[in-house]
Write a protein that binds this ligand. Structure first.
Ligand code: IPM
Ligand code: MG
Length: 392
């Protein structure tokens, strides 16, 4: 029987957004194009849409209806730069209801596309100075899984008070069994896939980080974790209160493998994680659901760095790598997985060589290196990938 090989084309929605978003996404997309052209059987098409705070200033909407429909109905994956713009320094563009213009794209997509797992790898690459002077790349390699649809981000809140003096604002914090189950399941599955386990002892440890000594939502979250972990014998369960965890994360990051936590806790501790892995310039994340996913560098739009050609494109490039990994797993596509590891290997090589890096990484042992531009870093990584693809 004749076998018909159908190679599909993955439609990538590109949302460069505001500030340094377009500068770094441009480098990531150039790399993804080179990868797609160089690996036969891996086809990516790119569909770019403007969005964000600046777009709101110009048009009165955060993105077009067409962009929104594309993200829901067409895109196989979404690559987002960053959203949020300032009219003048310190004065962000706001919508009529007072919310930051552009942010509802991120928060809205997380809820509407049910991207319930916010996946934030914390990995110290060789050649990246960590503020934890005693820690080496072998010590820092864990993943934070943040619940991404409920908790304090549910968007349920109210203002009370008859007079200014009595003013009171309450944000509700719903934590549901189903919402907890799906994100905890995600964390457990990830721990089963991560063969290496925790750097400290190779254990497939999953740490439930909460504040269940005080909050009832967290008591539910922890109870669900305990129930699910019991059904997953290979996993070593671990528990920490969020306050203590922040301290332990600095003292013994090597103990952690997969960490699962509620929404706002995850927001906060993933920036701590970014800090110990070398800063926002190298930290990428994925917002992942069962059928949709959106990937982003986690640094934000950084208006004060915009247009200066200095932003580190590595976080955006690694977001592209995470996107390929997800596509590869979702579609059992070895080519996409291979592409992801080619990107990571090139990033590691450029970082280890140490000479081509943006200003944020010219610190510590690299304080004397002359900072490269966004484009120089992107091009160096891309050229390396091109060279490697030729050798395949
Ligand atoms: C993040 C960001 C967002 C969040 C902002 C931009 C709304 O900080 O992705 O971590 O709070 O989730
Ligand atoms: Mg954040």
């Amino acid at each position: 029987m004749e076998r018909i090989l159908v190679t599909r084309t993955y439609k990538i929605q590109v949302l460069p957004g505001d500030g340094i978003g377009p500068e770094v996404i441009q480098e990531a997309v150039k790399i993804l194009k080179v990868i797609s052209a160089g690996i036969s059987g891996l086809n990516l098409s790119f569909h770019e849409f403007p969005c964000g705070g600046k777009y709101y200033l110009e048009t009165g909407v955060e993105w077009s209806g067409e962009a929104e429909i594309f993200s829901k109905q067409e895109a196989d994956a979404i690559l987002l730069g960053a959203v949020g713009w300032e009219k003048t320094p310190g004065e962000p563009v706001r919508r009529n209801d007072g919310q930051l213009a552009g942010v509802s794209i991120v928060l809205g997509q997380r809820r509407e596309l049910e991207l319930y797992a916010n996946v934030r790898p914390v990995k110290l690459y060789p050649g990246v100075p960590s503020p934890l002077a005693e820690k080496q790349p072998k010590d820092i390699d864990f993943v934070i899984i943040r619940e991404n649809t409920e908790g304090l981000y549910a968007g349920i809140g109210k203002h009370y008070g008859e007079s200014e003096r009595e003013e009171l604002a309450i944000d509700m914090r719903p934590i549901s069994r189903l919402g907890s189950e799906r994100v905890i399941q995600y964390a457990l599955k990830l721990a089963l896939k991560r063969r290496q386990g925790a750097p400290h002892d190779g254990q497939r440890r999953v740490t439930c980080v909460d504040k269940s000594n005080v909050l009832i939502g967290d008591q539910l979250f922890r109870r669900v974790f305990q129930e699910l972990v019991r059904e997953t014998p290979k996993i070593v369960p671990d528990f920490a209160y969020i306050d203590a965890w922040t301290m332990w994360c600095l003292r013994r990051p090597e103990y952690y493998n997969v960490v699962v936590t509620a929404n706002l806790y995850g927001d906060i501790i993933s920036d701590l994680g970014a800090g110990i892995q070398g800063g926002m310039g190298v930290a990428a994340g994925g917002n992942i659901g069962n059928t949709h996913a959106m990937f982003e560098p986690i640094h934000g739009s950084a208006p004060r760095h915009a247009g200066k050609r200095r932003a580190n494109p590595i976080a955006a490039i690694l977001a592209g790598k995470m996107m390929l990994e997800w596509l590869g797993e979702q579609h059992q596509d070895q080519k996409a997985l291979e592409a992801a590891s080619i990107i990571e290997a090139a990033v590691i090589q450029v970082l280890s060589e140490g000479q081509v890096r943006t200003y944020d990484l010219c610190v510590g042992a690299y304080a004397n290196v002359k900072p490269s531009t966004t484009k120089q870093v992107g091009t160096t990584i891309r050229k390396l990938i091109q060279q490697q693809l030729k050798e395949l």
